[in-house]
Design a binder for this molecule. Structure first.
Ligand SMILES: CC(C)(COP(=O)(O)OP(=O)(O)OC[C@H]1O[C@@H](n2cnc3c(N)ncnc32)[C@H](O)[C@@H]1OP(=O)(O)O)[C@@H](O)C(=O)NCCC(=O)NCCSC(=O)C[C@H](O)C(=O)O
Ligand SMILES: [Mg+2]
Length: 283
């Protein structure tokens, strides 16, 4: 399935050094996996993690899940070797942390032919979001809200008020460029209510899905970012009503007391396409 048409409701980080987690991921109902060589791997384990990850991806078993490898920054001791290794791995994309300028993506593009993803997690990245999203090789963006909070010296709040400008700047940039964009992680992985609220907020804003740190978070993200049965039924009724209106020479239909114009039909069709893409993951 083409990148942009795949679902990204749940995007789980897997420490690249942990065999058990790498194996567990093969059976989880996630839409995408970020195999991490950066923050989840201690410096002493970096080189070994590269080998462990390459072997796990070589064995396969990850099905239709999008496989993204997060390398270390190219300004670190490990980044370039990670990028060259990831280029040879059986994965779908390479994710670069702490991207602040499209020039960093040019440098990565010289090391791999894979589609590129960017972590958006510094103040400079927020200010350069449009230029980063417009990079010709960029396929997706991931919000790094832990690093961003650290750099901003902002507090974690349930309503994420201190983070909203940044989230929305990146969202605008990604949507304008036609990139996938997924929300940051929710650190309290045993707090289901908090996670659900943050997923709902991310969905309302327009994110394609949420990055996750623990398997227990998957079901909540999958539910929050999937079209509900009500949304699917409404989309079908809107399309049908508009077709009937068009056949009668009208440009506008009315469903449940609300107008339906061509633009609403485009949204309705994308709801159905997303539902089909999700169904295809289980097929
Ligand atoms: C947070 C954890 C350290 C907790 O791990 P653990 O104590 O092992 O949890 P459990 O005992 O509850 O685990 C139950 C089973 O699930 C497996 N497991 C746990 N986590 C994962 C995972 N992420 N992927 C796959 N499988 C996982 C365990 O192995 C157990 O399996 P089994 O024994 O077979 O039943 C741990 O969850 C963890 O390390 N999470 C990932 C942390 C991580 O990746 N951090 C870096 C990314 S976050 C970030 O950097 C975002 C960004 O850059 C920013 O700035 O915001
Ligand atoms: Mg980070």
């Amino acid at each position: 399935m083409e990148f942009a048409l795949r679902p990204y409701r749940s995007v789980l980080y897997i420490p690249g050094s942990k065999d058990r987690a790498l194996d567990k991921a093969r059976g989880l109902a996630v839409d995408a996996l970020i195999f991490d060589l950066e923050d989840a791997v201690a410096p002493a384990e970096k080189a070994a993690a590269r080998e462990t990850l390459a072997a796990a991806l070589g064995v396969g078993g990850y099905g239709k899940r999008t496989r993204i490898v997060r390398i270390n920054g190219l300004d670190t001791d490990w980044g370039e070797a990670d990028a060259r290794a990831a280029d040879g791995m059986d994965c779908d994309a390479v994710l670069l942390p702490k991207v602040e300028d499209p020039v960093q993506l040019d440098a990565l593009a010289a090391l791999t032919d894979k589609p590129l993803w960017a972590m958006m997690e510094t103040p400079k990245a927020m200010l350069n979001a449009q230029a980063i999203a417009a990079h010709p090789r960029l396929a997706g963006m991931v919000m790094g809200t832990n690093d961003l909070a650290k750099e901003l010296n902002s507090r974690f709040r349930a309503d994420r008020l201190p983070m909203l400008t940044s989230l929305q700047l990146c969202l605008l940039a990604a949507k304008a460029a036609g990139c996938v964009i997924v929300d940051g992680v929710y650190n309290a992985f045993k707090d289901d209510e908090g996670l659900r609220a943050e997923c709902d907020q991310g969905r309302d804003i327009g994110f394609d899905g949420k990055t996750l740190i623990h398997p227990a978070q998957v079901e909540i993200a999958n539910a929050a970012f999937a079209p509900s049965e009500g949304e699917i039924a409404l989309a079908r009724r809107q399309i049908h009503a508009f077709e009937q209106a068009e056949a009668a020479g009208q440009g506008v239909a009315v469903v449940d007391g609300k107008i339906v114009e061509n633009l609403h039909v485009v949204t309705a069709k994308s709801v159905l396409a997303k539902a089909d893409a999700i169904a295809a993951m289980g097929a």
